[in-house]
Design a protein around this ligand. Sequence first.
Ligand code: TXA
Ligand code: MG
Length: 324
Amino acid sequence: MKVLDVRDQAHAGASIVEAAAVLRRGGLVAFPTETVYGLGGNAADPAAIRRIYEAKGRPSWNPLIVHVAAIEAARELTMRFTPLAEKLAVAFWPGPLTIVLDRAPGVPTEVSAGLPSIAIRIPNQPIARMLLEAARVPVAAPSANRSTELSPTRAEHVSRGLGDAVDVILDGGPTRVGIESTVVDATGELAVILRPGTITRAQIEAVVPTAAGSSVSDLHRRSPGQMERHYAPRARLILFEQTDEISSLQSVRTAAVTHTLDSIDGVARTVRLPDDALQYAAELYETLHELDQQGFAQIAVERPPSGDAWEAVRDRLGRAAHRG
Ligand code: TXA
Ligand code: MG
């Protein structure tokens, strides 16, 4: 595994060209997007796709997101770029929105884990855009972590989690958004939100007609990656409203993550995050990675507020806390 420092974009050209060549040869390149780091492989190359699944230990039924530099390239991956998709793309691309559409016949079925659909995104991150332009192939890229673990927001998280399973890591510094994109199914008449993200339901509804919230079983069928336990640190994560709900404080080395409380009695370390949803999301995984590194056995997280802006944060923390 080779780490290329591209934090200085003005001098990133040679590294981008090198990484693009690795992609074109069937290798795996981890790269920053605005959300989290992705583990990229050539979406047109079934062997590269298989390597992605292996590197992540990802179940073969969980489909990947394909990243492209321009909307023309996105259209070519689909059977029909629907009116809904047009509106969503105009409003939110490049950006942290993934659009699910019917897959074009030429695209390897491995990318979509055999589903008839395909998930596509144009990221809004200069290094990612330069890489996609240089590679001149669509790049399948799930988050660059082992399956079910925390997504990486820094190059070090990728190298720690995936090691030599990845050929090149482009280190572009910490990511800006900090949690994964909003995923929207735009195949039909109504948009269906499959995974909440920092582009909120209200923002989607302002642009296209949107189905009301789907049931969990419906989501599983439509988006098999929505496993219940996911996005989890190594430490046991619990959510609390009142500090007396934090159990086993005496026996277990515990850290707390709050957004209203300054410090909590009996807890070895309290990290207070911003009480703005976007700023909170930007720091959440970074904080959980750090607390894992410090060896805490338990992380007690103050339950995030209700409301549209916090939906994605509630979703990720709910899954991270899920057991069994
Ligand atoms: O922000 C992001 O989306 C990051 C960056 C790297 O782009 N990527 C990411 O990928 O989070 P991943 O593979 O960790 O999550 C992809 C999600 C999964 O929940 C998967 O089930 C869903 O998108 N998905 C992918 N293809 C799909 C499809 N054809 N139909 C429905 N859901 C799909
Ligand atoms: Mg992921």
